[in-house]
Design a protein around this ligand. Structure first.
Ligand code: HEM
Length: 201
């Protein structure tokens, strides 16, 4: 019995499964946090999202994304299949191994730092001016784009057509939401200016 257990442990790469599931969970929580944050500012989606939205819930989802990213990198460090040093994990473009692409890994590391800034600045927002928090929040689309590039090109599960299709289509939805919010904000800025012009005429 004991030897069967030992054999299962030898042949089943549990840590590798955990690295991959934690990466996908981190992506999913990040997606949900960003979707809620964007939808509440979108004139069309606002009415649907308002009943379930609260700043606390939005922050909790972002915190969970951060938690799963930590599990993702801790298990990666512990997995002897991937001999990565702490410097490889925390310094972009430091890694020199053949099993992972240096630049796509660097995208994950940069996204990790951006997410720490986003989560940290949100939890500490009462200690400084709102415009500073806003500037830091503008980092979120960049963090998301880095995560998408990193996950898509590094991930083993992305070789599965269904998983990669869900990953890419959900990312496109979020990026389209970013673009539409930007458009609504621009229209809102231009409209009152136009009305002022007409009054002037
Ligand atoms: C915001 C931070 C991050 C997120 C959301 C994230 C998410 C993901 C996702 C979704 C995958 C694809 C998983 C799969 O296909 O099963 C992945 C793969 C991977 N990530 Fe990350 N990641 C992040 C940061 C990092 C960091 C900092 C490192 C280490 C330096 C890292 C190392 C890896 C590796 C080695 C893989 C390939 C694992 C495999 O599928 O075999 N990631 N990540």
């Amino acid at each position: 019995m004991d030897s069967i257990n030992t054999q299962i442990n030898l042949v089943t790469p549990w840590l590798w499964y955990l690295i991959r599931s934690a990466g996908i969970l981190a992506f999913s929580f990040l997606w949900l946090a960003l979707f809620l944050g964007l939808a509440i500012r979108n004139p069309i989606l606002k009415k649907i999202i308002e009943p379930i939205y609260s700043v606390g819930f939005h922050c909790f989802l972002a915190f969970m994304a951060g938690f799963w990213v930590l599990v993702h990198i801790i298990t990666l460090y512990l997995d002897k299949q991937f001999p990565l040093s702490l410097a490889d994990i925390f310094i972009p473009w430091h890694v020199r191994v053949s099993f992972v692409d240096t630049s796509f890994l660097a995208c994950g590391i940069i996204a990790f730092y951006l997410i720490i800034i986003l989560i940290g600045s949100s939890y500490l927002r009462k200690y400084y001016k709102r415009w500073m928090w806003r500037i830091m929040h503008y980092l979120s689309p960049f963090a998301f784009i880095f995560v998408v590039i990193h996950g898509f090109f590094n991930g083993t599960d992305m070789k599965n057509i269904y998983i990669s299709a869900i990953f890419i289509s959900s990312s496109v939805i979020l990026l389209a939401l970013y673009a539409s919010n930007l458009l609504f904000a621009l229209v809102k800025k231009i409209k009152p200016a136009k009305r002022d012009d007409q009054v002037g005429n």
